[in-house]
Design a binder for this molecule. Structure first.
Ligand SMILES: Cc1cc2nc3c(=O)[nH]c(=O)nc-3n(C[C@H](O)[C@H](O)[C@H](O)COP(=O)(O)OP(=O)(O)OC[C@H]3O[C@@H](n4cnc5c(N)ncnc54)[C@H](O)[C@@H]3O)c2cc1C
Length: 427
């Protein structure tokens, strides 16, 4: 992609090659212009093309340049927010509908991967939400209660079982989610784009949308050397939004998150650490995550940006933490290091906006975008085709509301992570 190891790290190194794409250099007419080539945009393109609509994706940089190509690769069901709290935020109708959609979203991801033959290191062995201390365990017990009341097949594991599965003695228990799993996120988004192209969509890269204007009953969106005229525009730019949709950016506080990948572990270590390749994260406020890739590299992440003073602080902390979590790791050497920005909304719930007539989009996934982006992309295709209307959406239509003290909060996140990691105030 950009050959910048700090942006896409291991994923750029190990991803399946992207289908060849070009910059838009013509005036094109389509049914739908899709702005942004991440999970949401490519899923919308695939599902529109499958419905016989002409869809054109305009990506500012490369496929997966945003969160899609930088993330941990956990295919989660649901949201961060406790299930029982969602109806309180969204109302009962939208809350339960959204929970249902996102609970099933990992299955949708698996199905698309299978149907489209996407090669993306998918592991279907679930995820483990790991309890740190008795407080963490209490939180997981409550999550377990709320999900099982909704029929979700989650299992609460004790400390011994958590140790057996992770290879770490550090946790008081775990919540196992068999719906979930892991994948190589850049390979997945590239595969989605290739599937969309095979179904008839056009994908242009190095084509940032810089402006839009009314054209008949639709819109003309303009890039530096071309334009697309379409009845509908889907805005799928989320935390990496540039150009005319600054409002998307202003509604979110960006949480920096980094990942470090070790060299492939020896076969003995692989047997003792995540032998089943579950994806993991913990209950700490400044959380950590870890998972394996298919070559046996342990990928460890947490809050923080690998730049300026943060780079040395976060990497030193990660080395210490890994040794503490997995005493069997004698030496920890990182082969890849990268980071990105997670778009957080004020209530940790995503948004659906109508920016103008026939200009719509989902955003603000709060660190959960693989399964939600795929599912919301499909919803957008149904909505644009008239199969569903506002009343059938998984989220209510809301106005864009800029967050107050956004820049201060972003500074606070990074500073807070550096202080926590410097102090080593971790398990
Ligand atoms: C470090 C990190 C770890 C994460 N871990 C996970 C995880 O384990 N599991 C999970 O589910 N989610 C995770 N996420 C969140 C997930 O990556 C995002 O929610 C997801 O990528 C959002 O998908 P998207 O398609 O909406 O947006 P993105 O993937 O961000 O794509 C938006 C695209 O729009 C393009 N764009 C912006 N402006 C314009 C413009 N004007 N014209 C044209 N193109 C434009 C950008 O270049 C970008 O490629 C993580 C995110 C980060 C950063």
């Amino acid at each position: 992609m950009l050959n910048n190891p700090r942006s896409h790290g291991l994923w750029e190194h190990s991803a399946t090659p992207a289908r060849e794409t070009e910059a838009l250099e013509a005036a094109v007419v389509a049914d739908v212009a899709i702005v942004g080539g991440g999970f949401t945009g490519q899923s919308a393109a695939l599902h529109l093309a499958q419905r016989g609509m002409t869809a054109v994706v305009l990506e500012a940089v490369e496929i997966g340049f945003g969160g899609a190509g930088r993330n941990v690769g956990l295919i989660n069901g649901g949201m961060w927010v406790m299930p029982d709290d969602i109806p309180g935020v969204l109302g009962t109708k939208y809350g339960e509908r959204c929970l249902g959609l996102l609970s099933d979203a990992p299955t949708l991801v698996r199905r698309i991967i299978e149907e489209e033959g996407i090669s993306c290191e998918i592991e279907k062995n679930g995820t483990l939400h790991l309890a740190v201390g008795s407080q963490g365990l209490k939180e997981l017990e409550e999550r377990h209660r709320q999900w099982t009341a909704r029929g979700a097949p989650l299992q609460l594991l004790d400390a011994e079982e958590a140790r057996r599965r992770t290879g770490s003695p550090a946790y008081a228990g775990a919540l196992f989610d068999p719906r979930a799993g892991t994948l190589q996120p850049l390979s997945y988004v590239r595969g989605l784009a290739a599937a969309a192209m095979d179904a008839g969509a056009q994908v242009f890269t190095r084509s940032p949308v810089v402006s839009y204007e009314r054209q008949g009953d639709g819109w003309q969106v303009t890039t530096p050397r071309g334009s697309v005229t379409a009845r509908w525009v889907i805005v799928a730019t989320d935390a990496y939004s540039t150009g005319p949709w600054q409002a998307v950016r202003e509604e979110q506080v960006h949480l920096p998150y980094f990942n470090l990948a070790t060299k492939p572990l020896s076969s003995n270590l692989r047997k003792s650490i995540l032998a089943n390749c579950e994806g993991c994260w913990d209950t700490k406020e400044i959380l950590s995550s870890f998972r394996m890739d298919q070559r046996g590299r342990l990928i460890f992440g947490s809050v923080g940006a690998l730049r300026n003073t943060g780079n040395a602080i976060h990497q030193a902390w990660a080395r210490r933490s890994l040794k503490r979590l997995f005493p069997q790791l004698a030496e920890v050497e990182f082969e890849f290091a990268w980071f990105g920005q997670i778009g957080m909304t004020s209530d940790a719930v995503p948004r659906f906006h109508k920016y103008e007539d026939n200009m719509v989009g989902f955003s603000g996934y709060n660190g959960r975008g693989i399964a939600p982006g795929t599912a919301f992309g499909r919803v957008l295709a149904s909505y644009v085709c008239g199969e569903i209307n506002d009343d059938d959406l998984p989220l209510p239509v809301t106005e864009v509301r800029p967050q107050t003290l956004r820049i201060a909060k972003e500074g606070f996140y990074e500073l807070g992570a550096q202080i926590a990691h410097l102090a080593g105030a971790r398990i």
